[in-house]
Ligand binder design. Structure first.
Ligand code: PBG
Length: 327
């Protein structure tokens, strides 16, 4: 029976009843903290288009990791900034056992063994062209790139990564990585697949952070068309068949319908990447005094849970986890 028998405001009357009937909640273990690492000593550089977010040299990273652990963050996702002199078209530096990524993973697993360490697997930070694969003419060639990516995954696993996170969008790379990892004896190393990664303009600040903007063209021949959702489900389906342990949708806020569709169609943990441009928008509006930063941050993060995400990779991880912990 409708009004006046039903009054939905009864369940909103006090903080207690609102909390009792709350359908979704955020927890620090929902968050994956992206970490930008650079060469050098005693470096901590703010990324200009990401206020409050930094690139660290390995020797300054410890206190940041301790703060993350202290507020309840369980996992990090590592990205490295590679000097131009080490970039080429074949991703040679990506396979270097003494490379920055490999050293970073070893550092973390030695000093913070309980922290779940995930590594970005893609060629763009290592590519003289800023592309996620090998360039031949004006093409990003798929199968030769997949071979390098599979070797990269093994190299990260050898350094001690708990999970590799391929963000390249080449076809067949999840299966190739799974096979390569198993053959090398790393059957316990997981794969978080960037399954539905869109060719988005929201990645701008990240490309500043890593100096990885494509030197020519764009990424539309491998990243997805923002207009599509059926195709996202096909990507996810294939990645699951090929052995993904977690699938990801990226970016986040403009793609909540994709998160929901993936969660409804598949029984696998779903992560979402609240990307650099989304972070920059909130920070910029807050700086101008146009939005309340903390409230908008928490509302956005909660929306990911409501849409169906199990995990959220976000530059707000520490800030949000701290707020939740202090509540
Ligand atoms: C590259 C990669 C990108 C991001 C994560 N991995 C950028 C791109 O595809 O150009 C973007 C993350 C962000 O914007 O926060 N493989």
């Amino acid at each position: 029976m409708k009004y006046p028998n039903n009054r939905l405001r009864r369940n909103r009357r006090t903080p207690a009843i609102r909390e009792m009937v709350q359908e979704n909640r955020l927890h620090p273990s929902d968050f994956i903290a992206p970490i930008f690492i650079m060469e050098g000593e005693n470096q901590k550089e703010e990324i200009s288009s990401m206020p409050g977010y930094y690139r660290y040299s390995l020797d300054t990273l410890g206190s940041e990791l301790e703060e993350l652990i202290e507020v309840g963050i369980k996992s990090v996702l590592l990205f490295v900034k590679v000097p131009d002199s080490k970039k080429d078209n074949k991703g040679k530096e990506a396979l270097n056992e003494m490379g920055l990524m490999q050293r970073s993973v070893r550092f973390m697993k030695e000093n913070y063994p309980d922290l779940w360490v995930m590594t970005d697997v893609a060629m763009d930070p290592y590519s003289s062209y800023g592309h996620d694969g090998i360039v031949e003419g004006d093409e990003i060639v798929n199968d030769p790139s997949v071979k390098v990516l599979a070797k990269m995954a093994v190299s990260h696993a050898k350094a001690g990564a708990d999970m590799v996170a391929p963000s390249d969008m080449m076809d067949g790379r999840i299966g190739a990585m799974r096979t390569a990892l198993d053959e090398a004896g790393y059957e316990n190393t997981g794969i978080m697949a960037y399954s539905a990664k869109y060719a988005s303009s929201f990645y701008g600040p990240f490309r500043d952070a890593l100096d990885s903007a494509p030197g020519f063209g764009d990424k539309k021949t491998y990243q997805m068309n923002p207009a599509n959702v059926d195709e996202a489900l096909r990507e996810v389906e294939l990645d699951i068949e090929e052995g993904a342990d977690i699938v990801m949708v990226k970016p986040g806020m403009p793609y909540l319908d994709v998160v929901r569709a993936v969660k409804q169609n598949f029984n696998i943990p779903v992560s979402v990447y609240n990307v650099s441009g989304e972070y920059a928008m909130i920070k910029a509006a807050a700086e101008k005094g146009w939005l309340n930063e903390e409230e908008v941050m928490m509302e956005s993060l909660l929306a990911f849970k409501r849409a169906g995400a199990d995990l959220i990779a976000t530059y707000f991880a520490k800030q949000a986890a701290k707020l939740i912990k202090d509540q």
